[in-house]
Design a binder for this molecule. Structure first.
Ligand code: 76U
Length: 471
């Protein structure tokens, strides 16, 4: 039995390692039972046609790890090991992870709102910056990041400067905390706010934030939107402590919160000492025709806004660099409570990002992407209006990387999604943004991302969508 299994073991191993591994597996599979005597070294050496030394080395390793025990002059015996439950024995009982399950979308057209156009990213310039980062600041790579729990200071300085110019954010680098994603930062923030305080989210809104807060056992309510964004009356009815909003471009409806509503919201927060507003400014770099709309944080004189930003849309989602900016009183708590936390962003990526921004590559990239994305948006909407006529309603201002499209059709949302998949069209419905209640619209509505629709593929994508909905 042992002999036949030896062949299957990796050939890079020494002989004794192969024998050790096989015996270990046989013991764990209970082909050898507790207290059963193992063949003598000499016997096994003969059967396997290896030296006694190899067998001895294998037995010594099994002995050291506690799989077998030795009895003087009697030989080696299998330890009394509890059996693993059957379900734990075979890896086939674990379902494949999401990455394996997600279909390979080679050759598909995509309306995904989650991606950006990677093919237009200036990788050459990024590499130049990474090269410089390695040359000039290599010494930072041998720290373990515990020296800069909030992220490298010079990187935060660069980000503070950038945000002051482009977003009207008013902050010191000390207030910025970097993190490898919005969710991880939100977990930190959750730990700064008293346990029983209620968070309120926009409905429809960002599911990944909603589910994270629920998992953290944070009481969460959702608040309806009106034409100006989150409704203040509804906030008053719920009486939360923290309100999470996407005022520059509501996710997913695309509403921009006008100044009147911003002032109301800030005033609401100022009424009590424990009220805060989380401003998630996830895609504010992309405003077309109009200038970028200054953020809430810059308007806030009460120090109640916690600003969240990310490079996932403006650069690449795979970089995993996001940040939050805390008002002083929360920063004080964070430093007292979380000084033991280590920074989650990769050091090399942080320094490369700093170089990329400081050398002007960032501005250049945003400027060119803004034009490209705007053209895609305009052409896509024009093509949709031609194809769908009065049957389509589009929500969302001229901004960002997505809009909502609602269709007059008898076909159900799920049926449309299935048909789209058959047509090799990546498509997401509004359902993924329905947090607690479905009030916004009952008609099939889709989040239409256009970042990956180069001009040549727009007509084809619209045709496929038409087929999925009407044919
Ligand atoms: C992010 C909103 C509303 C932040 C977002 C996104 O972790 O910094 C969308 C989905 O990369 P991070 O998150 C940025 N706030 O929509 C990005 N959204 C994801 C990628 F597009 C997922 O699941 O519907």
């Amino acid at each position: 039995m042992v002999e036949t299994r030896i062949q299957s073991v990796h050939s890079m191993d020494y002989k004794y390692q192969q024998i050790y591994k096989n015996l270990k597996r046989e013991i764990l599979l209970r082909h050898f039972l507790p207290d059963q005597k193992l063949p003598s070294k000499r016997e096994l050496a003969k059967t396997l046609n290896v030296s006694v030394n190899s067998i001895n080395a294998a037995y010594q390793q099994l002995l050291a790890e506690g799989y077998i025990y030795a009895m003087e002059r009697k030989g080696f015996f299998v330890e009394k090991l509890d059996a693993f439950p059957l379900s734990a024995r075979s890896p086939e009982t674990i379902s494949p992870d999401l990455e394996e399950k997600s279909q390979s979308r080679k050759g598909w057209l995509s309306f995904s709102h989650m991606s950006i156009d990677r093919t237009l990213f200036p990788f050459e310039n990024w590499l130049k910056c990474e090269h410089q980062a390695l040359k000039m600041r290599q010494n930072m790579l041998d720290d373990d990041s515990s020296r800069y729990p909030q992220g490298i200071r010079s990187v935060r300085q660069t980000i503070a400067r950038l945000l002051s110019i482009t977003r009207g954010v008013k902050c010191f680098p000390e207030q910025i905390i970097l993190g490898s994603g919005t969710q991880i930062l939100l977990q930190i923030l959750d730990g700064l706010i008293e346990e029983n305080k209620v968070f309120a989210l926009e409905e429809p809104g960002y599911q990944r934030v909603y589910r994270l807060l629920e998992t953290l056992r944070r009481p969460v309510e959702t608040v309806r939107l009106d034409a100006k964004g989150i409704s203040i009356e509804a906030i008053r009815r719920i009486n939360p402590s923290v309100v999470y909003v996407t005022p520059s471009h509501q996710f997913p409806t695309g509403i921009v919160m006008p100044i009147s509503r911003r002032i109301q919201l800030l005033n609401w927060a100022s009424e009590q000492a424990d009220r805060y507003i989380i401003e998630d400014d996830y895609d504010s770099e992309f405003k077309y025709q109009t200038d970028a709309i200054p953020c809430l944080q810059g308007l806030d004189t009460y120090k109640r806004v916690i600003y969240f930003g990310t490079f996932s849309k403006s650069l690449l989602p795979g970089l995993r660099i996001s940040y939050m900016i805390l008002p002083e009183q929360l920063l004080r708590i964070a430093r007292a409570r979380f000084s033991f936390l280590m920074q989650t962003c990769n050091v090399l990526t942080q320094i490369t990002l700093q170089q990329f921004i400081d050398s002007g590559f960032y501005h250049k990239h945003i400027k060119s992407m803004r034009q490209i994305y705007e053209t895609r948006r305009t052409r896509l909407i024009a093509a949709m209006r031609v194809q769908f006529g009065a049957a389509i309603k589009i929500y969302g201002i001229n901004a960002g990387l997505h809009f909502l499209a609602e269709f007059d059709t008898k076909r159900s949302m799920d049926e449309i999604l299935n048909r789209a998949a058959q047509e090799k069209l990546e498509l997401y419905s509004l359902e993924r943004c329905v947090l607690k209640e479905h009030y916004f619209t009952k008609k099939p509505t889709f989040i239409i991302g256009f970042a990956n629709l180069a001009n040549g593929s727009i007509d084809r994508a619209v045709q496929l969508l038409y087929r999925a909905i009407y044919q």
